[in-house]
Design a protein around this ligand. Structure first.
Ligand code: SF4
Ligand code: SF4
Length: 95
């Protein structure tokens, strides 16, 4: 049985350089007012990471467009979320 990482490797992602379709509205809010930082554990693609200084970094390359981060940040509503532009984003089923 394939692991999740192996399944993700079968997807392809077309990066829209310079136009990330998701962004964090207020980075300071993540660092100073969000104690759970649930986005860093709920994103299935690992797009959100917490650095040692408490800063949360978002890199949307590999985003599966599942919408989890938009919903999980319900208390602070700190995630700006849009679909990728046409022709960009995830392509499924390569395995
Ligand atoms: S859950 Fe929202 S507020 Fe908290 S760290 Fe993630 S993006 Fe920032
Ligand atoms: S939409 Fe899903 S895969 Fe993309 S960054 Fe949010 S949680 Fe991660």
């Amino acid at each position: 049985m394939l692991k999740v990482e192996e399944k993700l490797f079968q997807d392809r992602y077309r990066v829209d350089a310079g136009h990330p379709h998701i962004s964090i509205r207020d980075a300071d809010l993540c660092t100073h007012r969000c104690s759970e930082r649930q986005c860093t554990v709920c994103c299935p693609a690992g797009c959100y990471t917490e650095e040692g200084n408490g800063k949360v970094v978002l890199i949307t390359d590999g985003c599966l467009e599942c919408g989890t981060c938009r919903i999980i940040c319900d208390e602070h509503r700190n995630v700006e979320w849009e679909w990728p532009r046409g022709g960009f984003g995830i392509l499924f089923k390569f395995g």
